[in-house]
Write a protein that binds this ligand. Structure first.
Ligand code: BES
Ligand code: ZN
Length: 622
């Protein structure tokens, strides 16, 4: 038994290390929260999903932990919320307390200050979100697969959770959460938490997320959502008409989990389900824990686009278990995840496919590097004063991935696998920023295997623009053959119909289309389309690549399909490049505007924002 004084000293040391671990992070610029003084440890939501008014209405309860005992206010992030009442709980009673909502900042939203009388253990806030909440989309029945019921979903990353909950909205801190969600009985809500897949007659559902997560991973959706189990740990939630196709397309999800566990240790979130959203979902996927949100545009019928599932699943380690501490460190989430995604693809579908996917991603990155402002090509990007959405690019993804591939090459796969697995274990359920990662890398990899990589090389990757000269250059033998066939066609040594495209995978098609000469003639485009019916391709990635090339060549033969595509899909990655390319040509402004006028009401607020800005920029140039 320790003496009381020794116990006191140990206690003080543990306090110091506890607060040190939070405060050694760089301050998150994108939050107003006073999380150095007081933190929420658990959230309880009681919300009504009101489709009539397009509002979430109810209350949120914060369970508090004090890091500084003199703290007398709780500062939360909000954006466009109506706050009705705040109450505090002292262990016995609830009483009203005062609060103040500050003026709205264009990036961060409105700071909410709540007075904390001494001894406050919990805070409860009564509020509602507004129809224009940046983190929610409310869909009319016509925008869904079934066309009969409305649908709503959240997209909280990066700083949109504050538009539907008053919270400490920073990835530096973690909360567990629970929720009671009410909706009309003909619909069902679902959250990124443990939930009962059965419908109930009252429309009242309970959710529990026992593991601590950053707030950007709190997610909600509601609609005519049904359930189909795929394997012991996996299931799909979707509108009825999509359920079977989705379950077939994503049937390898369990094999992906098994492969990742072998590489990086146990899956720590019990079940892994997929929620298939309507096509206006602005991303490919979102890694909400236990329940990734997935665009329907990847249900291709041939599993050709399932690397998206590998990606969202990989976040269960990189991102959800070990989390970027600020949005400057996004590459720690997305770069690691792109690397892990590719390792999963290799394990489940083989090396050829994994390398093809690396090569396509590297080509996309190289094209983007030419266009981006130089500072935005730095992994440890500066985004103070900016909305993280505006700095979004493939840099944190693919440059981050290439950096990890480089480390793997230099240290050998075996050593690098051991390192990465330990990294996940050592930081499980914690956040980390770039500086702390670099220190960890130095002591756990560089110094353990000296003489392989220098700190200068690491810093070149992390703090400098563009790619280092020594970056890996993924190259696929399968693509070399595609290139040879393409060259032979252009030099008239091979007829189009004699190219062995019957055996081609979607990836080979993508390489082929992306690598056609940018000045290809209209007659060659026509010949290609006659032979391969590319304009009518039902694979959304192939259609995207083909439409983009035709826009650049100003080929109006694809216009009808182009308009259909842009009106029916809201995934930013697939539509934004098409708008950008169309807006290059002032003569097509009326055509582009006509498409956008029709499409805009169906797009998510995020996609609307991005495309509005493109039109604005175009105006300045005129
Ligand atoms: N977490 C991201 C989406 C995200 C990133 C939202 C940053 C907001 C801010 C998700 O995991 C993702 O990366 N989605 C990609 C998937 C692709 C790279 C396979 C997408 O939506 O395209
Ligand atoms: Zn991701």
């Amino acid at each position: 038994m320790k003496k009381p004084i020794a116990r006191l000293i140990t206690f003080c040391i543990s306090l110091i290390t506890l607060s040190a671990s939070a405060s050694t992070f760089e301050k998150d610029w994108h939050t107003y929260a006073n999380y150095q003084d007081v933190v929420t440890t658990h959230i309880h939501l009681r919300l009504n999903v009101d489709f009539e008014t397009k509002q979430l209405k109810g209350s949120i309860e914060h369970q508090l932990k004090y890091l500084n005992t003199t703290t007398d206010s709780l500062i939360l992030d909000t954006r466009d919320l109506d706050i009705h009442k705040a109450e505090t709980f002292d262990g016995n009673n609830w009483s009203n307390t005062t609060f103040k909502l500050a003026k709205r900042d264009a990036v961060k939203g409105s700071k909410l200050m709540i007075a904390l009388p001494k001894g406050t253990e919990k805070v409860r806030i009564h509020y509602n979100s507004r129809p224009e909440a940046s983190g929610l989309q409310w869909l009319d029945p016509i925008q869904t697969a079934g066309k009969k019921h409305p649908f709503m979903f959240s997209q909280s990353q990066a700083i949109h959770a504050r538009s539907w909950m008053p919270i400490q909205d920073t990835p530096a801190m973690r909360v567990s959460y629970s929720a009671d969600i009410q909706t009309i009985a003909t619909l069902r809500p679902i959250m990124s938490a443990k939930n009962n897949p059965q419908w109930n007659k009252k429309g009242l559902y309970h959710f529990e997320m026992p593991q601590p997560i950053p707030t950007y991973l709190i997610a909600i959706a509601a609609g005519n959502i049904h359930y189909k189990k795929m394997s012991k740990q996996t299931a799909v939630y979707a509108e009825p008409s999509l359920l079977d196709a989705a379950a077939k397309e994503f049937e390898d999800t369990q094999a992906m989990i098994d492969a990742t566990e072998k590489l990086y240790g146990k899956y720590r979130w019990t079940d892994y389900d997929l929620l298939i959203l309507p096509p206006s979902f602005p991303f490919g996927g979102m890694e909400n824990p236990r329940l990734s949100f997935i665009t329907p545009t990847v249900i291709a019928g041939d599993k050709s686009l399932v690397s998206l599932i590998a990606h969202e699943l990989a976040h269960s380690w990189s991102g959800n278990l070990v989390t970027n501490a600020t949005w400057r460190d996004l590459w720690l989430n997305e770069g690691f995840t792109s690397y892990v995604e590719n390792r999963i693809m290799e394990a489940v579908y083989g090396k050829d496919r994994a390398v093809m996917e690396q090569a396509l991603a590297a080509q996309d990155l190289n094209k983007e590097l030419v266009e981006l402002p130089k500072d935005d090509t730095i992994l440890h990007i500066t985004i103070e004063g900016r909305d993280p959405d505006d700095a979004f690019s493939s840099v944190p993804y693919t440059k981050g991935q290439l950096f990890l591939m480089y480390l793997e090459q230099q240290f050998g796969r075996k050593n690098f696998d051991i390192f990465l697995r330990r990294y996940f274990d050592d930081h499980a359920f914690q956040s980390i920023d770039t500086k702390n990662f670099v220190n960890y890398l130095k002591s756990n990899l560089l110094e353990k295997h000296p003489g392989k990589v220098t700190m200068e090389q690491v810093n070149r990757w992390i703090t400098q623009p563009l790619l280092p000269s020594f970056a890996p250059k993924p190259s696929s033998d399968v693509f070399k053959l595609v290139q040879e066939n393409m060259n032979a066609w252009f030099s008239n040594d091979l007829k189009l119909k004699n190219i062995p495209t019957n055996q081609w995978t979607v990836h080979e098609w993508l390489y082929f289309i992306n690598n056609l000469p940018q000045d290809i003639s209209l007659s060659k485009l026509e010949e290609l389309d006659n032979q391969f019916k590319l304009t009518q391709s039902t694979n959304n990635e192939i259609a995207h690549a083909w439409l983009l090339l035709n826009i650049k060549r100003n080929n109006s033969a694809v216009n009808t399909r182009l308009a259909d595509y842009m009106i029916s899909i809201g995934r930013r990655k697939l539509i934004v490049p098409l708008y950008k390319a169309l807006l290059q040509d002032p003569k097509r402004l009326a055509f582009t505007k006509a498409i956008y006028n029709k499409a805009r009401p169906g797009y998510h607020p995020l996609a609307q924002g991005t495309i509005d800005a493109l039109f604005e920029k175009g105006k300045n140039v005129e």
